[in-house]
Design a protein around this ligand. Structure first.
Ligand code: ZN
Length: 302
């Protein structure tokens, strides 16, 4: 009996030592008005929810062209006043292979110049579509361009299709359908939680540990609605919310894998570089048809 108690104690302390950690980041800010919140309301809601749930710092990756289009400057300032940070997500959010690396780097520089005039800019760059280049030449010239600007890769480790769910909900509401909020909430939380587990399993299996994770969300209505619930869920599972600043101190921040497979985030890319087949590193829910079926099966739209 004593031995069992000791063993349990040991197991508990080991799992405490290894509490999984995750930082929260939102892409494409400041986004347009949604079907549930105006852009401005959404900013207020995100700040309130993060504060109410004691998340001291999240990062907002800014598409600087959105600032003018969506009356975004006061919104960005509000995020910063609330303790959050801004980072670079290019000026126009285009594909590298469509505009070429010279234009692509110019787009990063343009966003960099704009963000430099705003408080709270952290020198991180996140690739639109998480696409770091389709060939090593393009990949490496953009990496060199980032280095010149003093920007580091604002990578993610947890990819998911939150943006697709948000888009389908938007479409449904605009088409006059009614949304079952509770079912939507369940589906959203389950999808994000499954994504976190998927990439954390890869981390434990192929990197030998649970890294300091970086969660990719978008600055959209569903994030504003459910971020508080998501944080509560993560904590209930024993996860710790950390700041993006802390997450990027993980050793994987300087472990740049020599692969073109970067679209699923840094942990998957490192696993790929170790020879893990790509198909094992993409979860089935990162798929539009899969999510359409799920939305239908769960009767999210009435
Ligand atoms: Zn984006």
């Amino acid at each position: 009996m004593m031995r069992l108690a000791f063993l349990l104690l040991l197991l508990c302390s080991v799992s405490l030592l290894n509490a999984q950690e995750i930082a929260i980041t939102f892409d494409d800010a400041p986004m347009e008005d949604g079907v549930f919140f105006s852009g401005n309301e959404r900013t207020g809601k995100l700040i309130t929810e993060l504060k109410a749930n004691n998340v001291d710092q999240a990062a907002f990756f800014v598409i600087t062209r959105n600032i003018e289009q969506n009356a975004g400057l006061p919104r960005l300032n509000k995020y910063v006043s609330a303790g959050h940070v801004l980072a670079n997500h290019t000026h126009r959010h285009l594909w590298m292979h469509q505009i070429g690396t010279r234009q692509y780097i110019k787009d990063i520089e343009r966003a960099h110049a704009i963000l430099n005039k705003i408080n709270g800019y952290s020198p991180w760059f996140r690739y639109p579509f998480l696409n770091e280049g389709h060939n090593t030449g393009a990949r490496d010239s953009v990496r060199a361009g980032l280095k010149k600007l003093g920007l580091s890769n604002g990578y993610v480790t947890i990819d998911n299709y939150d943006w697709y769910i948000n888009g389908q909900v938007r479409k449904a509401v605009l088409a006059g359908k009614k949304v079952n909020e509770e079912k939507l909430r369940e589906l959203y939380l389950e999808h994000i939680w499954n994504s976190i587990q998927f990439y954390n399993n890869i981390s434990e299996k192929h990197l030998g540990r649970s890294v300091k994770h970086v969660l990719l969300l978008h600055e959209n209505d569903l994030a504003a609605k459910f971020i508080g619930d998501l944080v509560k869920l993560l904590r209930s599972k024993g996860w710790k919310i950390i700041s993006p600043t802390e997450a990027y101190t993980d050793p994987i921040a300087s472990e740049v894998p020599d692969v073109l497979f970067n679209g699923q985030g840094r942990v998957a890319a490192i696993a790929r570089a170790k020879g893990v087949p790509a198909k094992e590193l993409v979860q089935e829910s990162e798929d539009e048809a899969y999510l359409d079926r799920l939305l239908e099966d769960r009767k999210v739209f009435e």
